[in-house]
Ligand binder design. Structure first.
Ligand code: HEM
Length: 237
């Protein structure tokens, strides 16, 4: 997918709004404490937004990869652009979430604590899970965009790890957030249906009769060693 000019403008506008929001440019802080915690409050809101975008991304991925999508639903054409666009916005909100928390002294995470699991000053195990989720997400996104980085046919297997990545992000969100308790209805309402969807997807793939291997190479059969475009492979899975 090419990131369009409109997407870049939208991402730039979000970053500019965050910069204005966490500094004194628009609304000067009423007291020093408010000024201190503003970046942290913004970082947490960005984290929740990134989590919700990730949930939507995994949900659209489940629709795309469902065995019935090829035969009955035929939703690849409308859903695939959303799935791809959601990955761009999830990434952008995550970058802002992580950068603000890494640079903000109040958050007590630090740059090393954000990048190396276990080195955060604040809730090291919970932040470590978030860092691992971030690397796993990066791996999933890069191997989906440049499928040739992996041996033929491997990118889709790697892509299925996204379900585990979502689980890590979920655990991080519940354990790291100061508002984990207040937000638990949100985490349950999003996490449970997605995990049920993943389980259902695995189950339907397991009970589905295997297709017979094609006996001869037809003109529509992709040549060995050459990965199919992402959308095509998803319909085949
Ligand atoms: C897939 C990756 C990630 C997602 C989806 C995510 C999302 C979230 C969410 C939803 C929260 C809860 C906000 C709240 O209730 O206050 C949170 C908290 C937090 N995240 Fe992440 N995060 C991710 C990765 C990271 C990474 C790599 C770091 C390292 C800097 C990090 C640092 C934090 C911190 C410090 C908090 C706690 C903020 C507080 O004090 O309440 N997150 N994250």
């Amino acid at each position: 997918m090419r990131v369009s000019a409109a997407t870049l403008v939208a991402l730039g506008a979000i970053a500019a709004l965050v910069a204005l929001g966490v500094t004194d440019q628009v609304l000067p802080a009423a007291d020093p404490r408010t000024a201190d915690i503003r970046p942290w409050v913004a970082a947490r809101a960005l984290g929740v937004t990134a989590y919700l975008l990730l949930a939507a991304q995994v949900a659209t991925g489940l629709v795309l990869s469902h065995p019935r999508n090829t035969a009955a639903w035929r939703q690849t054409k409308p859903v695939l652009p959303w799935h791809e666009l959601l990955s761009v916005f999830t990434g952008a909100f995550l970058v802002l979430h992580i950068a603000l928390l890494a640079l903000d002294p109040f958050a007590n995470v630090g740059v090393l604590g954000a990048l190396v699991p276990g080195l955060s000053g604040y809730r090291p195990p919970a932040i470590a899970v978030g860092t691992v989720a971030m690397y796993a997400l990066l791996f999933t996104a890069v191997t989906a965009k440049w499928t040739r980085l992996l041996p033929s046919g491997w990118w889709l297997k790697a892509h299925r790890l996204a379900a585990g990545t979502f689980l890590l992000a979920w655990v991080h969100s519940v354990l790291a957030g100061t508002d984990g308790g207040a937000l638990s209805p949100l985490y349950l309402a999003t996490g449970l249906p997605i995990m049920a969807g993943v389980a259902h997807r695995w189950w339907t793939a397991k009970v589905r009769p295997q297709r017979a291997a094609p006996s001869a190479v037809s003109p529509s059969t992709p040549s060995i060693g050459r990965p199919l475009p992402a959308g095509a492979v998803l319909e085949e899975s």
